[in-house]
Write a protein that binds this ligand. Sequence first.
Ligand code: FUB
Length: 320
Amino acid sequence: MAILAATLLSFSCACNKSQGEEEVVELQMPGNPFITSLYLADPSAHVWQDGRLYVYPSHDNEPPRGCDLMDGYHVFSTDDMVHWTDHGEFLHSKDVTWGREEGGFMWAPDAAYKDGKYYYYFPHPSGSDWNNTWKVGVGVSDKPTMENLRLLGYIEGLGDAFSMIDPCVFVDDDGQAYFYYGGGGRMIGVKLKDNMHEIDGEVKSMTGMKDYHEGPWVFKNGGKYYLMYADNHVEPGNRGANQLRYCWSDSPLGPWEYKGIILKPTDCDTSHGSIVKYKGQWYLFYHNCSISHQGVLRSICVDKLYFNEDGTIREVVQTK
Ligand code: FUB
C-alpha cells in the first residue's frame, strides 16, 4: 500500500496520447533547480536501456575561481523526475594521467551507450596554458552510473586544441555514432568508429548556425536532426546572458538551418543544456544561478519542451 501511495504521488496519474500515437506519462515536475546539494552545470541527459533518466553534469566547486576549479564528476538518475539519486563522484582530474598538473577544468561532459557499454566524454586541458591544450578524454563503464570507469585516453585527430570543449555524442538509429565539440565560436563534427573513442574520417566544420558560441547538443525527432547550442547574447549593461538556440538538418553533420531560440537568458552568463524524451514527454535540461546568484556557481534545472506540428520547437518557459 505504501509503495502504491508513493507511486500515485510521484505521478499526476495522467497518461494521454499526443505527439503521434506515443503514450505520454505526465510526470510531476521536481521544481527548479532540481539538485540543490551541489553546484552543477551543463547537464547532459540520456535515457538508457534500464528505463531510467540519467543526467551527467559538470561540477562547480566552491569557492569558485572562474571555471578553473571545476572538478569531480557526479551522475544523477531518476525514474519519476521528482526523486533523484546522486550516484557519487566517479572521476576527478587527479585520475587523468595526461591532464594538466594543476588539475581543475573538468568542464561540460557527455555520455553515450553502445553495445552494452557506457562511454563518458570529458574536456580537460593537458597543460598549464589551458585554453590551448584541451583534449577530450574518454572512459568506458559497464554501468550508466560510470562505476569503475576505465579511462581510454583521449580522442586523437580532432585538430586545433583551442577551445576544444563541450563534447557531445549522438548515436543515430542505425547505430552510427557522431562526435561533436566546440567552444570559441566554432563547432566540429565527425563520425566515430564502433569502438567509440576513435574518429572515422576527417573532422568537419559545422555551418549554418546563427551566433554560435558553445555547448552543442544533437538529437533526432521525426526524421530531422536538431542542433541546440549557446549563443553570445549580451544584455544591456554588458551582462553576458547566453541563450539556447537551435538549427535543424536532414543530416547529422549538417549543413544546419537556423530555426530560433529555445531558451531566453537565465540569470547566468553561460547557458548549456540538453534535450531528451522521457516516458513520451520532451524535456529541456539547462542551468541557472538562482541559488548562488554567482555566474560560476550554477544549478541544474529541467522544464518541459514542446514541438509544433511542423517540427519547430516552442520557446521553453523557465519555471521555479
Ligand atoms: O562549465 C564550463 C563551461 O561553461 C562549459 O564548458 C561551457 O559550455 C559553459 O557552460
